[in-house]
Design a binder for this molecule. Structure first.
Ligand code: 1MF
Length: 183
């Protein structure tokens, strides 16, 4: 994944737990790079190692780390210069979700090594929908839940998310049932 992802994890850990904790996590993950570069590609394995080392150091399950990271992502990318990209993706929560693949295509236009996930909305009503999540990566569903919660908060929505189909249970992709209302 692009270094932007690892930098976002670093930023989240540093703001919430401090630089020393971040050094401990990096050491535990066996990473001796001083910094991550946004536009450099790093093996996915490195990101998974960071998540596991953070899990052990902070005594939180890996899913909780991924969830917190997902919630943080939109805020972080907006502040790192992707606010316009996020802004043009949708004026409403539903429109945003419908345009996620278009948004990733825009990023991939400049950064061709992006391996974006793909999303599809079905069974849409004004307060609910099923979100289908397709990814070449394993185990990131908790991050997607955090992403959706962070996104819903930006649109001032209360959201409930239920994972109804998981790959862990043998399905070929994940399906989340979303219910939302103005808060
Ligand atoms: O393959 C990748 O490197 C990659 C990196 C980030 C693929 C996807 C993403 C973004 N995605 C992270 C979860 C991936 C889960 C999976 O692979 O199954 C979050 C997608 C998302 C979902 C809901 C709402 C908003 C979302 O993301 C907004 C977004 C997406 C991508 C970027 C920014 C905001 C982005 C921009 C530039 C990038 C990489 C990602 O690369 C750079 C960055 C700086 C300089 C050069 C290149």
């Amino acid at each position: 994944m692009y270094g932007l992802v690892n930098k976002a994890i670093e930023d989240l850990v540093c703001t919430q737990f401090g630089w020393d904790t971040w050094q401990t996590i990096k050491r535990r993950a066996g990473i001796d790079l001083p910094v991550f570069l946004c536009m450099q590609q790093y093996p996915d394995d490195l990101t998974y190692k960071l998540v596991n080392a953070a899990s052990e150091t902070l005594d939180m399950p890996p899913a909780a780390i991924l969830h917190a990271f997902g919630t943080y992502w939109t805020q972080y990318t907006a502040q790192e210069g992707y606010g316009e990209l996020l802004g043009m993706t949708g004026d409403t929560f539903q429109e945003f979700l419908l345009n996620l693949d278009t948004m990733h295509a825009r990023v991939a236009f400049s950064y061709p090594h992006l391996q974006p996930p793909s999303f599809e909305c079905t069974d849409m009503t004004s307060t609910s929908l099923n979100l289908h999540y397709f990814s070449s990566r394993q185990g990131l569903a908790p991050m997607v839940v955090g992403l959706l919660e962070g996104l819903a908060a930006l649109f001032n929505l209360k959201i409930e998310i239920v994972l109804t189909h998981s790959r862990e249970a043998g399905n070929d992709h994940e399906i989340f049932a979303l219910t939302f209302q103005e808060s």
